[in-house]
Design a protein around this ligand. Structure first.
Ligand SMILES: Cc1cc2nc3c(=O)[nH]c(=O)nc-3n(C[C@H](O)[C@H](O)[C@H](O)COP(=O)(O)OP(=O)(O)OC[C@H]3O[C@@H](n4cnc5c(N)ncnc54)[C@H](O)[C@@H]3O)c2cc1C
Length: 382
């Protein structure tokens, strides 16, 4: 067993760190304040090869795996969680299922564009009445000559305003048992009847775009069905295993940023004639933050490694997300506390980290849902 990143992983980490410091760090707070989707940052990410990191080489990507992606996403999220989630969705919830379930034509049509950053990907499963209970979606796909007509409202779509391709889930057989009768479709925003609805105003990750989608008789040809008709929910869930590694990596990145900011501040801030880091109450918080950060990262890297080996890892992906997102929220809470009043203002980045941390416990399966997944898998593996 070797706990070190190999040379290729270190290369990804170093180039992601350089990009994050150069492109994201000077702008992240402003983009957050302005709620501005940072198109220029994504163009630079594409130029650096990040948009196609895990896309197979024959389709224009770098052909790397989940562990590379976890390393990349930790670095981006340590500086800007809005760009972090945008990349996470693009790679894990769009590029990955197309590479795995797409026909040769679909892969040739979409993966090179996704890898080059010409097209940004979005994943649309959730609906207003179907969040944790995702199998309760109602967006309806009706059979018509040559394809399907989709009608319904989707909710909470990351990158909804900017995506050029949506992996969108709709009900093809309303009489099927729950979890069946759902199909994954590749939908483009230029389709007639497709509209981007309300843009959400959020507590955190404010520079990422989150929208509703409204579909009225949107025609999707048969060639744009991803995988098998009526079997799409399996793709949705299997895809989310990878997505959870991405969000757990986001939590690790935000957590690390909280620790680094707190270490700096605790050395600089003097009270009672000493840097506050000299007080045991502060030093212990820092020790707990550092220990939990390592534990989170180890869980994330294990899950990513298992997925790269093709091993069953639904439970490990959920464990990583469950632990890392909770640890990240504790770290964000402690970071604000260590900064005192300063941490409650926009003068210091921990205020943004605190707001961004909250989402890691909500999307791609809220904390309680991760517990459900872990507990069910414990029973299965008995
Ligand atoms: C910023 C943002 C971006 C998002 N991006 C996307 C995206 O790109 N694509 C997409 O498809 N979705 C996206 N989502 C949706 C996200 O995945 C859902 O919000 C999430 O799954 C929770 O669903 P919900 O909000 O409807 O909460 P609910 O399901 O209503 O849950 C509310 C609370 O009840 C708890 N709960 C629910 N069921 C159970 C249970 N059985 N046992 C115990 N507790 C339970 C939950 O844990 C939670 O605490 C995004 C959401 C947000 C906020």
């Amino acid at each position: 067993m070797d706990f070190h990143l190999d040379e290729e992983h270190r290369m990804v980490r170093d180039s992601a760190r350089e990009y994050a410091e150069r492109v994201l760090a000077p702008n992240a707070a402003r983009w957050d304040a302005e709620e501005r989707f940072p198109e220029e940052a994504l163009a630079e990410a594409a130029a650096a090869g990040f948009m196609g990191l895990t896309v197979p080489e024959e389709y224009g990507g770098a052909g790397m795996g989940n562990l590379h992606s976890a390393v990349l996403l930790e670095e981006l999220n340590a500086v800007d969680a809005s760009v972090g989630v945008t990349l996470s969705v693009h790679l894990s919830l769009v590029c990955a299922p197309i590479a795995k379930h797409g026909t040769e034509e679909q892969k040739r049509e979409w993966l090179p564009k996704l890898a080059a950053g010409e097209v940004l990907g979005a994943y649309s499963l959730t609906e207003p009445q179907a969040g944790s209970d995702a199998a309760a979606i109602r967006c309806r796909a009706e059979r018509v000559d040559g394809g399907w007509k989709l009608t319904g409202t989707k909710a909470w779509v990351t990158s909804g305003t900017h995506a050029g391709l949506f992996v969108l889930y709709a009900v093809t057989d309303p009489d099927a048992k729950k979890g069946y009768g759902i199909t994954a479709f590749l939908v483009t925003p230029d389709s007639e009847g497709f509209a981007v609805g309300k843009k959400e105003e959020k507590l955190g990750i404010r520079a990422s775009s989150t929208t509703e989608l409204v579909l009225e008789d949107v025609f999707v040809p048969d060639e744009r069905v991803l995988g098998t008709v009526d079997q799409g929910f399996k793709i949705a869930l299997e895809t989310l295993d990878g997505g959870r590694i991405g969000i757990a990596s986001q939590a690790v990145g935000i957590h690390r940023a909280c620790l680094e900011a707190s270490l700096r501040y605790s050395e600089e801030r003097v009270q009672f004639g000493r840097p506050i880091g000299d007080f045991q109450a502060i030093a212990w918080k820092l020790a707990d933050m550092a220990t939990a950060l390592d534990a989170s990262r180890l869980l994330v890297h294990r899950a990513a490694w298992m997925r790269d080996q093709g091993l069953p890892c639904t439970m490990e992906c959920s464990m990583a997300k469950l632990f890392a997102s909770r640890a990240c929220n504790q770290a964000a809470q402690d970071a604000v506390q260590i900064h005192g009043g300063a941490g409650y203002t926009k003068e210091f980045p921990v205020e943004r980290f605190y707001r961004d941390a909250r989402i890691t416990e909500i999307y791609e399966g809220a904390t309680d849902i991760q517990r459900l997944v872990v507990s069910r898998n414990l029973k299965k593996r008995k």
